[in-house]
Design a protein around this ligand. Structure first.
Ligand code: ZN
Length: 267
């Protein structure tokens, strides 16, 4: 059993004592930027004295090796997984949930097919998460209802760091990782923590991008006013019928509309 586990998931612990948080990389094996950033992080902190500890989990080692999103089934659609599941990824999902049970914070790093400014995907939102996102410089957090890893761990946050193999994404990811390491007091690397108020969003509809030429002014999480030009379809102007925040403007198929939301906790 342990042998099998070694093959499916790889984890590395840094420092001593109980892990304060976990970085998950390679949940999608073709998203190289976070995996590369993790190895850069190791080089940087390897020379420092660490206070406390954290772990890096390489979620789908086989897929990372083969540079594929997944081997048999999209891992992020397999949670909570099954111990004796039919697909390899169902077994990985099951083990991940079990292995991350004691992790109090999990940062699950992803990269996209198209360029994006780093943003967070959240399924829980509380004062701690709000503060962390603000202090690591993540400005925008998108609420997600998908059955993904972040729903099955405590304080799970997924972070999209940028376009898959781009150097910008590696740099953005490394910077975020260093900010987290710094924030949790693991080591003192001279970093500029820029607190920005985090904004939360919910996607509520989309527009097909078939034939749509987007106006250059449309960009991720930048408010589009009612009546503002979104773009053109066969020369005809398409105008916003209501105010919204666009998401994934560089995605080929759809333009996603989101609204800013405020989350109220009753307790
Ligand atoms: Zn991904």
């Amino acid at each position: 059993m342990n042998d099998l586990k070694q093959k499916l998931i790889k984890s590395e612990k840094f420092g001593s004592g109980k892990s304060k948080f976990t970085f998950v990389v390679g949940l999608h094996g073709d998203e190289a930027a976070p995996v590369i950033a993790a190895s850069e992080l190791k080089k940087i902190i390897g020379k420092s004295d660490l206070r406390g500890s954290f772990q890096i989990v390489y979620a789908n080692t086989q897929a990372i090796k083969e540079k594929k999103r997944f081997i048999e089934f999209d891992l992020n659609r397999c949670f909570p997984g099954r111990e004796n599941g039919k697909f390899l990824e169902e077994k990985i999902a099951f083990q991940l949930v079990r292995d991350l049970k004691s992790s109090q914070f999990t940062f699950d790093f992803h990269a996209t097919d198209f360029s994006v400014t780093p943003y967070a995907l959240i399924s829980v939102f509380n004062k701690q998460i709000e503060k962390i996102l603000e202090q690591i410089g993540i400005r925008n957090a998108l609420f997600s209802s998908e059955e993904s890893l972040i729903k099955y761990v405590a304080n799970g946050v997924a972070i999209e760091v940028g376009q898959k193999d781009s150097i910008e994404a590696v740099e953005a990811c490394l910077k975020i990782m260093l900010q987290v390491v710094n924030l949790f007091g693991i080591c003192d690397k001279p970093l500029l923590l820029q607190e920005k108020k985090v904004r939360t969003f919910l996607i509520y509809r989309f527009l097909s991008k078939k034939g749509l030429v987007l106006d250059a002014a449309i960009s991720d999480f930048k408010y589009v006013k009612k009546g503002q030009r979104i773009g053109w379809i066969s020369g005809d102007t398409v105008v916003a019928t209501e105010g919204f925040y666009p998401v994934w403007v560089n995605f080929q198929e759809r333009l996603l509309f989101s609204k800013r939301i405020k989350i109220y906790d009753e307790d």
